[in-house]
Design a protein around this ligand. Structure first.
Ligand SMILES: *[C@@H]1O[C@H](CO)[C@@H](O)[C@H](O)[C@H]1NC(C)=O
Length: 321
């Protein structure tokens, strides 16, 4: 009888336990992931920082992930330091073409630009680099031109949100097709306190709101120095009924006035989750939040960050994990 009870309760807890993060097998070492499914065959493509934008593929969000190579093996045509490294990819499908945005920069520098490459299949060897989108920052600019994210408004116009640290997150209208900017940048998120550390924005539309996800806090270098507790990377959200904002958090605080509602913060063996993106995936059962994080049982080095993902639950219109 006791045995049966133990068996039943362990079965029940297995069923009830939702893995957080979801499982990952194969190549799960990643920084600033960007994920999309190829329309033609459902293959998951994951792009990430470094290795001239690393491409990995899998048949499922949980893997097994296999590294395929670099999107831009010769680097970017943008003539800036960092053009053979390439950071923070963003991936979108526009018509029949996949658009890959990437950042050219170096650590601690505002000499940065957001570039774009296109492909119809996303396979290694098929990417055409178009160079700069026109989003560029210089020493002393109001922002740092990195971490681009393309979003389509319900009215059919393209926008890109971008930026970090120096004045935080901005949004600019894009041309159609979205190879270049088509207007001026406006600020959509700013943290007035501390290091103003807000970056890695990602806008997701779920009727009737636009959700602005962003990473706050110290992203990197945890193996040499860790920020005070709570100031490590974490994922926040603000919402708006219009793509241009204003974006507000759950308490009604504007995202340009230090607002932001936590979606995912350090927990259990997960430390400093961020560099996130969101995409709708019918196979995985809804909107997926994916990100990188430190698995404290593995190590705190930047090269040790892991790929995490969760299906988003929605509570009163707010995303929950
Ligand atoms: C804004 O910065 C302060 C100081 O670093 C931090 O305590 C606060 O959590 C930040 N706000 C958000 C929304 O992350």
């Amino acid at each position: 009888m006791l045995f049966l009870f133990v068996l039943l309760s362990s079965l029940l807890s297995t069923v009830l336990a939702v893995a957080n993060p979801g499982a990952c097998t194969g190549s799960c070492n990643v920084h600033d992931p960007a994920v999309i499914r190829r329309t033609s065959d459902g293959t998951y493509f994951r792009f990430s920082t470094g290795n001239k934008i690393q491409i990995a593929t899998a048949s499922d969000i949980s893997g097994p992930w296999t590294i395929q190579g670099s999107a831009l093996p010769s680097g970017s045509s943008i003539a800036l330091a960092g053009n053979t490294d390439l950071w923070a990819p963003d991936i979108s499908k526009v018509g029949d073409v996949y658009y890959l945005y990437y950042s050219v920069s170096t650590f601690g520098s505002q000499e940065s630009a957001i570039g774009v490459a296109t492909s119809t299949t996303m396979d290694v060897g098929t990417w055409t680099d178009h160079g700069s989108t026109g989003i560029r920052s210089y020493t002393g600019s109001a922002y740092n031109a990195i971490d681009g994210n393309l979003v389509l408004s319900t009215a059919g116009s393209y926008y890109m949100s971008f930026g970090s640290f120096w004045g935080d997150i901005y949004q600019v209208p894009m041309a159609n097709p979205p190879l270049t900017t088509a207007g001026t940048s406006v600020r959509i998120a700013y943290n007035a306190s501390g290091a103003h550390a807000v970056e890695g924005s990602n806008i997701y539309y779920r009727s009737p709101y636009y959700y602005l996800f962003f990473s706050s806090g110290t992203c990197c270098g945890y193996d040499s120095s860790r920020p005070s507790q709570g100031n490590e990377y974490r994922i926040n959200v603000c919402v708006s009924t219009t793509i241009n904002g204003g974006y507000y958090d759950r308490n009604g605080v504007s995202c340009t006035a230090s607002g932001g509602t936590p979606v995912l913060t350090s927990h259990d063996n997960v430390y400093g989750p961020g560099g996130q993106g969101v995409f709708a995936d019918s196979k995985a059962g809804g909107a997926i939040l994916y990100y990188h994080y430190v698995d404290t049982t593995i190590g705190y080095g930047d090269g040790q960050k892991r790929f995490g993902w969760n299906v988003i639950g929605w509570s009163g219109g707010w995303p929950t994990i």
